[in-house]
Write a protein that binds this ligand. Structure first.
Ligand SMILES: Cc1cc2nc3c(=O)[nH]c(=O)nc-3n(C[C@H](O)[C@H](O)[C@H](O)COP(=O)(O)OP(=O)(O)OC[C@H]3O[C@@H](n4cnc5c(N)ncnc54)[C@H](O)[C@@H]3O)c2cc1C
Length: 421
């Protein structure tokens, strides 16, 4: 049986960051990736996707993107970046190897990992299998309903969809970008908009990633009260622009409220569209207010931008919202569910999950000694599941592993003394 100190499961950004920090601590480790490095950026994202943040920000500290810093790297460039990064740090990563089962080694300490390429024994295991593992489609429309249903992780481009109008459910970053792309390709699009945050893309000459940074919001430890499920609608498409739902409606998109039911070919929507838009506006304006206050407090010379406060009037689909949509009559060929993801740790047989299968942990340190998580949403802060944030969380986890390794070294060194005494 092959042995290592730390087994890292998953070779996305989290696994690579973990490898860098473990390497810096001199901790022997192996990273196992079932597909290719950063696979999800290659095969679970749509063709035109670009990073949500500019290249100067959405990266690890020790390597810049080859494109300009203000550009939004395309999804393939993001994957290539991590391939290069792994090579630069000499990450001991093995691709095409799936971890199928991890169990504690009873009476021995450490863990036994069954993989598609044999068994590995490790003192520690880091689960770096991603914040977005299993696509979630709410169980509303039966699978045999006469309409194509697709999750956003399977969407590639407009030509892939059957003819007809499209109902996009979910207006976070994925839903709103896909809906706009479909509209530009000539599709009639209905977009179901739930609660969301909608930061300005840029304000007074600075990108929102900068504002969230200087205002300390990437470091927020928990979502605001009552906002646990609020998605963030932001886009780097077309060089980056603020998501403005009313402008999309003025260009022909039909906005509807939260999708809440389906019966005999008719989709029903909640009467919450106007409220959701207004709460999104409130979030948008609060960032402007905090940015203005920051500029004043720090005496920064950044050009005022009063026009950023102009919110377009509500279009007809907001003042007189659709509550029901007969899918056949509206010519809907596809329902595209941009409804998020769930975690799936079916391979990890240790006692550190709650009744919903969510990891029980503190900053990624589980309640089972030797088991760690990395890349979870809000693992330590808002930035945890994003490129720059996971690198810092990985550093913390590597520290914890090194600390435990130190205790074991002390124990092992003391053993012969105890025996001789
Ligand atoms: C549409 C979309 C756009 C995003 N855009 C941005 C952005 O612009 N900027 C940003 O900072 N963040 C962005 N994110 C968030 C985040 O950066 C990505 O989700 C990123 O892929 C997370 O990286 P990760 O390494 O934590 O997980 P993943 O990329 O999911 O990597 C986990 C890896 O583990 C492997 N794996 C899983 N199970 C096993 C197993 N049992 N054995 C072996 N290997 C396994 C998978 O194949 C995968 O490669 C985006 C997310 C989405 C969904």
């Amino acid at each position: 049986m092959e042995k290592t100190h730390t087994l890292v499961v998953g070779g996305g950004q989290a696994g690579i960051a973990m490898s860098e920090h473990l390497g810096a601590q001199g901790i022997p480790h192996i990273v196992l990736e079932r597909d290719r490095i950063a696979e999800r950026w290659r095969s679970e994202r749509w063709d035109s996707l670009v990073a949500n943040g500019p290249a100067w920000h959405d990266r690890f500290p020790n390597l810049e993107f080859s494109c300009g810093g203000e550009e939004f790297a395309g999804k393939e460039a993001v994957a290539d970046y991590f391939v290069d990064y792994a090579a630069n740090i000499g990450a001991p990563i093995r691709c095409g190897v799936e971890v199928t089962h991890v169990t504690p080694l009873a009476g021995k300490g450490g863990f036994r990992a069954e993989t598609s390429a044999g068994v590995i024994q490790a003192q520690s295991v880091v689960a770096a299998t991603g914040p977005f593992q299993r696509p979630v489609i709410p169980p509303l429309v039966p699978s045999d309903a006469p309409v194509t249903q697709m999750h956003s992780n399977a969407y590639r481009n407009p030509a892939q969809l059957p003819p007809g109008a499209v109902l996009v459910v979910g207006a976070g970053s994925s839903g709103v970008q896909i809906a706009e792309e479909l509209m530009r390709a000539g599709r009639q699009v209905y977009l179901s908009v739930g609660p969301h945050d909608r930061p300005p893309r840029r304000y007074r000459g600075r990108d929102f990633v900068w504002w969230l940074g200087v205002l300390g919001k990437w470091n927020a430890e928990t979502p605001g009260p009552g906002t646990e499920h609020v998605t963030i609608a932001v886009s780097g498409a077309d060089g980056g622009k603020t998501v403005e739902f009313r402008a999309l409606a003025n260009q022909g998109m039909t906005l509807v409220g939260m999708t809440e039911g389906y019966d005999a070919g008719v989709m029903r929507f909640a009467p919450d569209l106007a409220d959701n838009l207004r709460n999104g506006d409130r979030n948008y304006l609060s960032v402007l207010d905090e940015a203005d206050a920051y500029i004043e407090a720090n005496g920064l010379d950044l050009p005022p931008e009063p026009q950023a406060r102009v919110i377009p009037d509500d279009p007809a689909c907001v003042t007189d919202p659709l509550r029901a949509l007969d899918l056949a009559k509206a010519g809907i060929g596809t329902i595209l569910w941009a409804t998020g993801y769930a975690l799936d740790y079916g391979w990890l047989a240790v006692d550190t999950f709650d009744d919903k299968g969510r990891p029980i942990h503190q900053r990624g340190v589980s309640q089972v000694p030797g088991i760690y998580f990395l890349g979870l949403p809000w693992q330590s802060r808002r930035g945890s599941s994003f490129i720059w944030g996971v690198w810092h969380d990985a550093k913390f986890i590597a520290d914890q592993i090194a600390i435990q390794r130190g205790y074991m070294a002390y124990h092992d060194a003391a053993q012969p003394v105890a025996e001789n005494a």
